[in-house]
Write a protein that binds this ligand. Sequence first.
Ligand code: NAG
Ligand code: NAG
Length: 202
Amino acid sequence: MQLPPLLALAAALLPAAHTARAQTSGGSNVTCTYAFWEFNALDESPCFVWGQLQSQCLTGGLTVTPLLNARYYSPPSLSGQVNDCNCNVVSYNLMAACSWCQPNIFTNNWVTENQWKQGCTNYDASGISGVTLSGISIPAWAYLPDNGASWDPDTAEAAFNATLSSSGSSSTHSSTAAGTGSTPASGGSTSGAGSSPSSPAS
Ligand SMILES: *[C@@H]1O[C@H](CO)[C@@H](O)[C@H](O)[C@H]1NC(C)=O
Ligand SMILES: *[C@@H]1O[C@H](CO)[C@@H](O)[C@H](O)[C@H]1NC(C)=O
């Protein structure tokens, strides 16, 4: 028995559409105005890379949208995205870096790593696992451990600077200690109402 022409066409198109989406969906419409060292080898912002990363766990992809002044991106447990894409140090670092590059954002405008990982059943504090990363260019500084503390822009920038001066290796992985980390002002974490980190792309 033959499929009606329209169904046959749909059946032929679906696999291709799924394959394409896995590679290209997701990103960000944030405009970074600061900290351009955070951009990856493809000149993509940390917001864009974070959107790509999160999209690996979401049908239809995700666009990271700008923070409003004095707000912060919600941890996975509050954004409803407890998954392998978000429950890791790379996602945490990209989230904080994405915050840092936006106007009027300060170091208390992102939660600590300990707050970020609350509610995660499996949290990878030293890398990322269980996620397909092909097509995503993640900068080396995004792998730096935070040991539960708040992401420190100076530590990350110093690691980035070090990769510039070391020739020959494009994947230098610095393990500079984060020190004690800074303590966020209470304003950043007392309210449960972080801004929504993202909205699904249509
Ligand atoms: C970014 O995208 C969101 C959702 O699609 C939209 O509401 C918002 O206006 C966009 N912001 C900018 C700066 O383009
Ligand atoms: C990284 O290098 C830039 C350019 O030389 C410099 O302005 C900045 O202070 C350096 N940052 C750190 C944290 O070392």
